[in-house]
Design a protein around this ligand. Structure first.
Ligand code: NAD
Length: 361
């Protein structure tokens, strides 16, 4: 079977890490007898430079017609002074809305080989860290009405949610919990926000369908604290767009490396949008220093969620484990200066790390 994947290399380290992701998918295809075709399109700063638009309509059309979309990262200092509508990041919001992907799944998983990179004490993390954050992606304050008074003396952003918008995300939260440790925590600010109270009402109306799931609620300020105090208490967290944006970055830092974490954005039907959680890392772009493993693990999510290829996804994850077990590291996961010096030729760049995963597959 041929799977059509549209790639958006984007800016900064994006093209390099997407290249390694595609090589790994090709290796999996060879091993399991699938063929993947890759069609690159422009978005972000690269698209602004070429067309004047952060997300050309032709790019969005290609993404919507694909079987799945793999995105590197967009943005960089070159475009930072442009007005909001012309910023590269506008492409991300446009892609999510245009592809109708409303739930962002972000695993915060600590690899045992990298536990030394976790900024929390070993006794706090316990036996490991494996949290799935399900973030609402196309509603709430990032998409609500916003504006300024004519004299610029005030500004507003509006948080609004409908019952169906909440229900479809909470459903993914419950269903993900059923496949994991059967614990779902809905994070909100229901002591203050009316939208949060609606999230709770909708969740309450659905919980009867999932009697095996232990459901809890937590205010977002407390959740931010609990994530560093006792992260092991969490299994699945479901939350609104802005709270999820903030908490998933916090959770990712606890795992120790932003260069290791994948994400998937899913809708009801149509292609999923897959991207590493990190940005375009302009500080290391073009230097063969970027860790491609987040993108490679993102490719595993793509195979699992969009194509139902579980054994193939596991082959990628197993290959990454094998490479880490053998002691290979990119700079971001190399530890202290002393650890790094001790690594010798096991300290590798983007291309070599990609090669190692391909050989392990
Ligand atoms: P960033 O994630 O790009 O970088 C933060 C730090 O992490 C940097 O020191 C960087 O070198 C390091 N880092 C990130 N990914 C890495 C990798 N794979 N390997 C090794 N080190 C890695 O975040 P930022 O600096 O806040 O943003 C840079 C640009 O990226 C901005 O223009 C921002 O808007 C954009 N951005 C894009 C996305 C996206 O495309 N989804 C997400 C976040 C930020």
């Amino acid at each position: 079977m041929n799977y059509r994947i549209v790639t958006i290399p984007g800016d900064g380290i994006g093209p390099d890490i997407v290249h390694e992701g595609c090589r790994v998918l090709e290796a999996v295809g060879k091993k399991f007898g699938h063929s993947f075709s890759f069609s690159p399109v422009l978005a972000g700063g690269a698209a602004l430079d070429a067309t004047g638009e952060p997300l050309p309509q032709s790019s969005l059309d290609a993404c919507c017609a694909a079987d799945a979309v793999l995105l590197g990262a967009v943005g960089g200092p070159k475009w930072d002074t442009l007005p909001g509508a012309k910023r590269p990041e506008k492409a991300l919001l446009g892609l999510r809305a245009g592809m109708k992907v409303y739930a962002n799944l972000r695993p915060a998983l600590m690899f045992r080989q990298l536990s030394a990179a976790c900024p929390l004490k070993a006794e706090v993390v316990g036996s490991g860290l494996d949290i799935l954050i399900v973030r609402e992606l196309t509603g709430g304050i990032y998409f609500g009405d916003r504006g300024r008074s004519p004299d610029n003396s005030s500004a507003w952003d509006t948080e609004a949610y409908s019952v169906p918008e909440i229900a479809r995300v909470v459903k993914i939260g419950f269903e993900s919990a059923m496949k994991r440790k059967k614990r779902l925590c809905v994070v909100d600010k229901a002591n203050i926000l009316e939208t949060s109270r609606l999230w709770r009402e909708v969740t309450e109306s659905m919980k009867g369908d999932y009697p095996e799931v232990a459901l809890s609620y937590m205010y977002v300020d407390n959740a931010a604290m609990q994530l560093v105090r006792n992260p092991a208490q969490f299994d699945v967290i479901a939350t609104s767009n802005m709270f999820g944006d903030i908490l998933s970055d916090e959770a990712s830092q606890i795992t120790g490396s932003i260069g290791m974490l994948a994400s998937a954005s899913l809708g009801d039907s149509g292609p999923g949008l897959y991207e590493p959680i990190h940005g375009s890392a302009p500080d290391i772009a073009g230097k063969d220093l970027a860790n491609p493993l987040a993108t490679i693990l993102t490719c595993a999510m793509l195979l699992r969620y969009s194509f139902g290829l579980e054994a193939e996804a596991k082959a990628i994850e197993g290959a990454v484990e094998k490479v880490l077990d053998a002691g290979w590291r990119t700079g971001d996961i190399a530890g202290s200066a002393a650890d790094r010096a001790a690594l010798g030729d096991k300290l590798v760049g983007t291309k070599k790390m990609g090669d190692l995963v391909v050989s392990a597959i």
